[in-house]
Design a protein around this ligand. Sequence first.
Ligand SMILES: [Ca+2]
Length: 118
Amino acid sequence: MTAALAAGALAVTAAPAHAAGECTTSGTVCLWDGWWFVTPKRTFNWVTYYVGADANDKASSLSVAYTNPASPYVYFYRDYNYGEPHVIFKEGGGSNDLRNQMMTSTRNWDDEISSIKG
Ligand SMILES: [Ca+2]
């Protein structure tokens, strides 16, 4: 992804993840199966076409580690191979409860993420 967001795109500006949700390895994102960073915790590169069967559609909280020099934004997709729709988080950000991130008016992002691209 480029550093600039597409016109009209809105990056999620959630507060930085709680210390319990630390994800500190540069160039990675972390997904937790449970809300509020309840394990298991899974770590991925910023470009992951499929999170794998163990993690697919399970993330309930997430955190984005600092500093990708190319872009501060990471896109999380509902389907493998970057299948839309997506939700965007900035480096250092995250969500302690993906039920609070709405995909549509009636569907949230809990247990939905399948691929990642930073
Ligand atoms: Ca879950």
